[in-house]
Design a protein around this ligand. Structure first.
Ligand SMILES: C[S@@+](CC[C@H](N)C(=O)[O-])C[C@H]1O[C@@H](n2cnc3c(N)ncnc32)[C@H](O)[C@@H]1O
Length: 320
């Protein structure tokens, strides 16, 4: 039994390492889903069909609410005038339920908003009440279904667990820049994986997850690297970065932030119940402790908003 589990683990590890283009979320999801073996401590919970508790994206609550409340805006790039002038083209990548797109489409009725997601969890044509909002299924790790230089503004928010740091640097940022028009703006919002004032339970979860991910060559996105990666492309200027502290303790907004955090951490249930030998009951108990602990320790997250302008090539800027 022990040998077959370890053979299976090796097979899964080899497979996940060999599929570099699959995305952090998908690799992780597939890996956990196919690792359906249980250690003896978990066997009594075999009624659960999968060892990972990543919710399908259509079940997740909107993270846009937290971001919007925390920053008190939908975007920071200086594009309001362009959007108000009309006929601007805007892209929201990893749009999920399309909340950001619908909100902006309503606020700027003369410009056009497109949301893309690898899963078709966005509103269907019949549900879209706005003429200037469109949704398409597209995978940014393969190639977005748009020509170069298409959009005046390209936006992407809440991508923490969906791409590895390498994917962000080598694929995602380049693709966002490719589809943006010269002189157009690109904006990213992301929650860092590091947290302030972590208590012992949170620290243990973080250390275990980091250990597991590095063994699988899946470094999560490092927020501090974002600006540097953008600079290194040589294709953007005017890079601005703003940081907000996301409190998991205290008022009403913190409650939503805390729920968002617990939702994110639920993603790691599979690691703990499959690889760390936790039972489902132990895991649920750990999350209960964590909920209280982030309040007691006044734990906080770090959210980054980075925006920049795509360079206009010299020849093009002379002819304008
Ligand atoms: C946390 S949600 C983002 C939510 C949304 N931006 C918001 O603020 O409410 C992340 C989304 O990224 C999508 N996603 C993951 N990998 C992707 C890929 N390779 N290409 C496009 N979308 C992807 C997921 O399907 C999911 O809907």
């Amino acid at each position: 039994m022990g040998t077959s589990v370890s053979k299976r683990k090796k097979k899964i590890l080899r497979r996940s390492l060999s599929r570099e283009t699959d995305g952090f979320f998908n690799k992780f999801f597939d890996d956990m889903k196919s690792h359906d073996t249980r250690n003896s401590r978990n066997s009594k919970y075999s009624k659960h069909s999968s060892s990972i508790n990543i919710k399908e994206p259509n079940e997740l609550d909107s993270s846009h609410y937290v971001v919007q409340k925390l920053w008190d805006c939908d975007f920071k790039a200086p594009v309001k005038d362009i959007l108000n002038a009309g006929n601007a083209r805007v892209l929201d990548v990893a749009t999920r339920k399309g909340t950001w797109v619908m909100q902006c489409a309503e606020n700027f009725p003369w410009s056009n908003f497109t949301g893309v997601d690898v899963f078709p969890v966005f509103p269907t044509v019949t549900n879209i009440k706005l003429m200037n909002a469109t949704f398409l299924q597209s995978n940014i790790l393969k190639k977005l279904l748009f020509c170069d230089n298409t959009f005046d503004f390209v936006h992407m928010q809440c991508l923490t667990l969906f791409f590895t740091d390498k994917e962000l640097e080598n694929k995602v940022l380049k693709e966002l820049i490719r589809v943006c028009k010269p002189g157009g703006w690109i904006e990213l919002v992301k929650l860092d994986c590091n947290h302030l004032n972590q208590g012992p339970t949170f620290k243990k979860i973080s250390e275990t997850v980091i250990g597991y991910l590095s063994a699988h060559d899946m470094q999560p996105i490092i927020g501090e690297n974002l600006s540097r990666y953008l600079t290194q492309t040589g294709q953007v200027i005017d890079i601005k970065e703003e940081i907000k502290i996301m409190p998991y303790h205290g008022n009403k907004l913190s409650k939503s932030c805390r729920e968002q955090l617990i939702d994110n951490i639920q993603t790691y249930k599979g690691i703990f119940t499959t690889y760390m030998g936790y039972s489902y009951e132990e895991w649920d108990e750990t999350l209960k402790i964590l909920k209280k602990e982030v309040n007691d320790y006044k734990t906080e997250g770090i959210m980054r908003r980075i925006y920049c302008k795509k360079i206009i090539p010299i020849q093009e800027s002379k002819s304008v």
